[in-house]
Design a protein around this ligand. Structure first.
Ligand SMILES: Nc1nc2c(ncn2[C@@H]2O[C@H](COP(=O)(O)OP(=O)(O)O)[C@@H](O)[C@H]2O)c(=O)[nH]1
Ligand SMILES: [Mg+2]
Length: 209
């Protein structure tokens, strides 16, 4: 007899300027290796099984460029996905400047107060070509209220940490939402009991009168 396992699936989208290493980071996380010339296709998505708090979940990963030509596709992805990784290259000021626009686009597209988002400065192995300092990255992330990593898909630095942190933020937000809903239900039940009680008190008063 075959047994069907239903696993929770979480979707993460990696966003950033062209050639910052979005594909390289995804491939490094999924396959554990660096691919120098990855054929950039925009429809690719990968799935990886991950463990979070002893629960096995599927993570679906895809990427989108930051250019205006991808705006429509980005909007679609933003509405669907639960978590976002905003990548710039430490060797490109231009790619860094785009991050706050993407952050804004996500907040507007999701229309919710908290959205799991992690900011990443990739290519930190290219120290001699650096255009963005680690302090600039940290300051931006702090200002936007996001976790921050410098990473290198090539050297395998902080790649797992980036994806695992994003997944953890998604998981935590889900748990908080669940707790709020449970809390709201129990408040609702308490209110119902209270009004029940007060009604019986009123009845009681009536009897006394
Ligand atoms: N030195 C270095 N090169 C990288 C790194 N990540 C990606 N690259 C290179 O940067 C180029 C663009 O990478 P790609 O993943 O296609 O970027 P994407 O357009 O953002 O998906 C490729 O030549 C990669 O080999 C990295 O961490 N360090
Ligand atoms: Mg790519």
């Amino acid at each position: 007899m075959s047994r069907v396992n239903f696993q929770t699936e979480h979707e993460i989208v990696v966003l950033g300027d062209g050639a910052v290493g979005k594909s390289a980071m995804i491939v490094c996380f999924v396959f554990g290796s660096f691919v120098n010339e990855y054929d950039p296709t925009h429809e690719d998505s990968y799935r990886k099984q991950c463990l979070i708090e002893n629960e096995s979940v599927i993570v679906r990963l895809s990427e989108k460029g930051a250019g205006g030509e991808y705006e429509h596709l980005r909007r679609h992805d933003i509405q669907r996905a639960e978590g976002f990784i905003l990548v710039y290259s430490t060797t490109s000021n231009r790619s860094f400047e785009i991050i706050s626009h993407l952050h804004q686009e996500i907040l507007q597209g999701k229309n919710q107060n908290t959205v799991p988002m992690v900011i990443v400065g990739n290519k930190c192995d290219l120290e001699s070509e650096r255009e963005v300092s680690i302090n600039e990255g940290q300051d931006l992330a702090r200002a936007l209220g996001c976790r921050f990593f410098e990473a290198s898909a090539k050297a395998g630095i902080n790649v797992d940490e980036v994806f695992n942190t994003t997944l953890r933020e998604i998981w935590q937000l889900g748990r908080e939402t669940q707790q709020l809903e449970t809390g709201a239900r129990s408040i609702h039940n308490t209110e119902y009991q209270d009004s029940d009680l007060s009604e019986s008190t009123v009845k009681c008063c009536c009897t006394l009168q």
